[in-house]
Structures are given as C-alpha cells and as structure tokens.
Design a protein around this ligand. Structure first.
Ligand SMILES: Nc1ncnc2c1ncn2[C@@H]1O[C@H](COP(=O)(O)OP(=O)(O)OP(=O)(O)O)[C@@H](O)[C@H]1O
Ligand SMILES: [Mg+2]
Length: 407
C-alpha cells in the first residue's frame, strides 16, 4: 500500500521558563535569566507511516504529545528535528474553531475556511448547501460565529473540513464535542470516507472508537511511542496501564459496619486460581471470602455486591439464594462464590461483602468497597451499558448481501 504520510524521527521541543521561586515576592522581583529557560520535549524521536485508505488512531494520556504531533503533521508547527512528508491533499481539524474569524458570519467563515483549505470559490458555492446542511446550522449561518457555542463551532468546522474533499483527514478529539446525533453523523462520514479509500488519522480519548474504527494505532507516552499496532491489543494494554497507574495513586476507601460477631477478614479475586486485580469479560471468576467468628453463629448468610465504580449495581447474589446456608459457623473458614463466564463489560468495578443472619435483617459485617477491580475487554466488544447480554446477530432476506469488506 502506498504511504500517505511519513513521520520520520520527529522531535519537538518547547522552551519553557523554569519557575524556581519560593515566594510571590521572589516571583515578582526575580529577574529572568537565560539559565532559567529549559527545553521541554513534547515529542521525542517519533516515527511511523500511514498508508492509503487506513484509519489510524493516536492515543495517550493528557499532555502525551498527541496534539503537538498532529500540528506537526498539519504544518502548523515545525519539528525541532526530523521531518513530516504528506503525499496527499490534507484537511485538518485541530483546535476549536482554528481558522474561524469570530466577527464574521458562519456563511463568510465557510468561504474563508474552505479557501484556506484550498478550494476555489466556485467549488465552495457549489457545495455550500451541503456544508450548511451537514452542520445543521442553517438558521444561524448569518450570525457572527462569536455567538456560537463550542459545539456549534465544531459542527461548522467539521462540515467544512470533510466537504473540501480531502484524501487525508486528520482530526483531533472531534468526537468529544457535539451531541450524540452529531457524533454519530461524524462516525458515519468517517466510514464513508474509508469506503472511498481515503485516509483518516484520529486522535481520541474514546477507546471504543479506536477499537471499532481504526485499523492501526500508536500510543504516545511522554512524547515517545510506547506501543503500536492492532488497536484492540493496544487499547487493552493502554487501559491496563492507566488503571494500574490510577490504582497506585489512590486506593479505594473501604468502610465497615455491623455487629461484628463474624467478620470477613480478607477478600480475594481469583482467575484460574490466581489472585488478580483485573478480569476479562467471559472469565470465570472466583470471589473468595475469608471469615472469622468469635462465637457460634446460626444460619449465616453471605452476600456480595458487584457494581460499576460510582455507578449501577450489577449483581447482588447471596448464599441463601442457592440454599448454601450452614446450620452453624464458629471459628474461621472460607466462602467461595464462583461466577462463570462473567458478563461485565470493561470499566472499573467495586465489590462489597456482607454477612447477615438468615432473615437478612441483622448485619454482622458489611464492607463497602472491600475490593476494587477492573474489567478489560475479553471475548465481547461492547463498550457501553453495564453488562453484555451476549448477543448474536442474524440478518436475512433477499436484499441482504454477503459480509462487508469493512469487517
Ligand atoms: N506551545 C507550547 N509551548 C510550550 N509547551 C507546550 C506547547 N504546546 C504543547 N506544550 C506541552 O507539550 C506537551 C504535549 O502537549 P499536547 O497538547 O500535544 O498533549 P496532548 O496529548 O494533545 O494532550 P490532551 O490529551 O490533553 O489533548 C504538554 O506538556 C504541553 O504542556
Ligand atoms: Mg490534545
């Protein structure tokens, strides 16, 4: 496949003033010296190629250099070293409203913007209605764009960018802005683009669209390429790393209540017999509770709750539901809850534990946030909702063709 874009050993540094001051007075009185200027590398030795017709994703933390990379690709920034070669007609959708003049109307900005992107006035006039139609801003098109909301800005900018007929479209975070309907139309447009053999480079924090839409991706970390290749694998590795970082930074606060005659002392999450902090959709997970009691407890009932972190409860099974209630417990032991083929979808989750009397009114021990764990993508690719219903699809009828080349 022909290369459309080549990024060759690109580094980009910015000069920043080091702020080494101990007080406000010092900040005010201190004279800036040359030695205070530091060179900061936003990109370091980044190389990759984008080939014709592919959708190429760029992912990474805030500040990892994604926008800087796109600006270098669009020629807005000059790399400090290395080079970028673009072989096709490119249209870039970068920062909010870049290229728009606030005092001019939407209509004038369409003409101005499309002209900057290389379209002749006659061509723009021929496409004007299509552009306005796509933006959905017909009734505001003769208002100055300074009166537009940020969502309206993006709609108009996107409508122009895709209608100037680019062979290579580079987009920074467009899907984050605008309402759901507009996002869907953008996605639809991307799919059409790809069907037409055009090329897209997409920066986004939306892992679902990277996974579903991109053919390949790179992952930037502190300005360097931390990983590249298949988007599904890359998104998994990236999410795992993000969650591990988050777990290091802040452990969930557990709280406990109850009368305490019997207590859960330890909670383990096991996959294939091994303790773990993350599971995948479809795994068989064993939750093991270690308990200890000071006295003899009659007919105790154990329960666990699993929920999305900060969100909905997904399931709340108890040992009484399945009739696993011993006549008495005294001393210590373990309870294992086996959850086969879990239907949880990716995201952070929490688990609470509870030991009650048979009537479930008297609480011996309740631990809120006993453990937190992450669900990573497994054999299911759903990204929204709280669980998967394990769908299978069947399309039939004389009007239905064979599989799409896109899948
Ligand atoms: N003009 C500039 N001058 C100095 N530093 C800059 C400049 N532009 C970007 N940076 C720095 O370079 C680093 C990378 O920024 P960049 O905007 O490329 O990150 P990003 O990956 O797009 O982040 P986000 O996900 O938040 O959009 C950041 O530390 C940022 O502060
Ligand atoms: Mg950015």
């Amino acid at each position: 496949m022909a290369s459309v874009l080549t990024v060759d050993h690109v580094s980009k540094s910015f000069r920043t003033q080091a702020e080494r001051v101990n007080s406000l007075k010092e900040l005010v009185t201190k004279r800036r010296r040359n030695s205070d200027v530091e060179e900061f590398f936003a990109l370091r030795d980044v190389s990759f190629e984008v080939t014709e017709g592919e959708a190429f994703g760029v992912i990474g933390h805030n500040g990892s250099g994604k926008s800087t990379l796109l600006k270098c690709m669009a020629g807005i920034l000059q790399p400090t070293s290395g080079s970028v070669a673009v072989q096709k007609r490119m249209s870039a959708l970068l920062e909010l409203g870049a290229g728009f003049h606030p005092e001019l109307t939407g209509r004038d900005n369409v003409f101005l913007n499309a002209a900057i992107l290389g379209m002749a006035r006659r061509e723009i006039a021929a496409r004007f209605d299509e552009i306005v139609d796509f933006s959905g801003l017909a009734e505001f098109i003769d208002e100055p764009v300074k009166t537009y909301s940020s969502g309206m800005y993006v709609r108009l900018a996107f409508a122009v960018a895709i209608n100037v007929d680019p062979e290579l479209l580079i987009i920074d975070e467009i899907l984050a802005v605008g309402d759901v309907t507009f996002q869907q139309r953008c996605m639809q447009k991307f799919v059409e683009f790809r069907e037409q053999g055009r090329t897209i480079v997409l920066v986004t924090h939306d892992m679902g669209s990277v996974r579903n839409f991109c053919d390949r991706a790179i992952w930037l970390e502190h300005g360097e390429i931390a990983g590249r290749g298949d988007p599904t694998d890359l998104v998994d590795t990236y999410t795992e790393k993000m969650l591990a970082d988050a777990a290091d930074g802040q452990a969930m606060q557990s709280t406990r209540r109850g009368s305490g005659e019997i207590r859960v002392e330890e909670v383990e999450l096991l996959v294939d017999g091994q303790p773990t902090t993350h599971v995948r959709t479809g795994d068989t997970v064993v939750v093991r509770l270690h308990f200890a009691s000071d006295e003899t407890i009659e007919n105790p009932v154990f329960a666990i709750t699993i929920g999305r972190l900060g969100g909905a409860i997904v399931t709340f099974p108890s040992s009484r539901d399945t009739g696993e209630v011993p006549a008495t417990i005294s001393g210590s032991g373990t309870v294992e809850v086996r959850l086969a083929d879990i239907a949880l979808i990716p995201g952070p989750h929490v688990l609470h534990t509870e030991v009650t009397g048979f009537g479930r009114q008297h609480v011996f021990d309740h631990i809120q946030n006993a453990v937190s764990f992450d669900v990573l993508a497994g054999d299911v690719r759903e990204t929204a909702g709280i669980m998967t219903m394990r769908p299978t699809w069947a399309l039939s009828g004389p009007g239905v063709s064979g599989p799409s080349p896109l899948v």
